[in-house]
Design a protein around this ligand. Structure first.
Ligand code: 13P
Length: 288
């Protein structure tokens, strides 16, 4: 199967009370681990690519070619979307040109009028090309590609303005942040989530910052219209942890333990475990 948009993937999730995981990729190991677990669990999956990660992987075209070739050679038959994460206006057009199947345009830092104008244009472009468009209202806090944002609670009326443009899905700040949650984090704001859901006319919602949110909060958010959950930091943490243990145990100095295929293997296995856990929590297992 080729790459698909989020349109039917997230609509199906919204109507059936589960969420599809977006797992951000950084390289071949990330991509292969996530795709193979999605296939193993018969789950739809979204591969997220930030602009920084695309640059790291030598450009949008390299990412598209790698993902498409891997889907084919690993015989992946579950629905796979290749999604730009927190795209700028310019980045959105570059990813579209390179063959991404889905775009997030993050205009949350613009005044609402400008966010509306740019999102409207990108909704039209994406619709014409059969791609999906995720928009954002109320910046998600934490760090993303070196930019630190404060956690915001999105204004439900602004969410309605953006949702009414015909976006496929909507990301709205409800107290979630990227990266590790601080010890004094107040948790997700379900009153704001409820108000946003009530105003946005059945547009599926996205929960960013999926690393470290307690399971019961994740489940509650899904029951209130969240149909896509983004996970990035968690895979980085488990990969780094497993790799550190391998090196601290001196295994890289044992025989050919320095071979990258051996050196990276514990990290790969740790990522697979994390993806399995998230897919089970989100309820997307056997929903391909
Ligand atoms: P985490 O890095 O906190 O998992 O958030 C990922 C995310 O929201 C990407 O857009």
């Amino acid at each position: 199967m080729g790459l698909v948009s989020l349109e039917s993937m997230c609509r199906k999730a919204y109507e059936n009370g589960y969420a599809v995981g977006q797992f951000n990729i950084n390289n071949l190991e990330w991509t292969k681990s996530i795709l193979s677990v999605a296939q193993e669990l018969n789950s739809p999956v979204i591969l997220g690519v930030s602009e920084g990660a695309a640059k790291y992987m030598a450009g949008y075209g390299v990412v598209t070619d790698m993902v498409k070739a891997m889907v084919k050679s690993l015989n992946i038959t579950v629905p796979v979307a290749l999604h730009l994460d927190h795209g700028t206006y310019e980045g959105a057009y570059k990813a579209i040109e390179a063959g991404f199947s889905s775009i997030m345009f993050d205009g949350s830092h613009y005044p609402i009028k400008e966010n509306v104008a740019k999102t409207k244009e990108l909704v039209e472009t994406c619709k014409r090309l059969g791609l999906s468009l995720e928009a954002e209202v109320g910046a998600i806090g934490g760090e993303e590609d070196g930019v630190i944002g404060m956690g915001e609670l999105a204004d439900p009326n602004q969410c309605k303005m953006i949702a009414d443009l015909g976006v496929t899905i909507l990301a709205a700040g409800i107290g979630n942040i990227h990266g590790k949650y601080p010890a004094n984090w107040k948790g997700l704001n379900f009153d704001v989530l409820q108000a946003i859901h009530a105003k946005t006319n059945g547009v599926p919602l996205v929960l960013h910052g999926g690393t470290g949110i307690p399971d019961d909060m994740v489940k509650k958010a899904i029951s209130m219209g969240v149909s896509k959950i983004n996970v990035n930091t968690e895979l980085q943490l488990v990969f780094a942890d497993a790799t550190r243990k391998y090196i601290e145990a001196g295994k890289d100095l044992d025989g050919k333990g320095f071979d990258p295929r051996k050196l990276l293997a514990p990290g790969v296995e740790a990522m697979k475990v994390a993806v399995r856990e998230k897919m089970a929590l989100f309820g997307s297992v056997n929903k391909a």
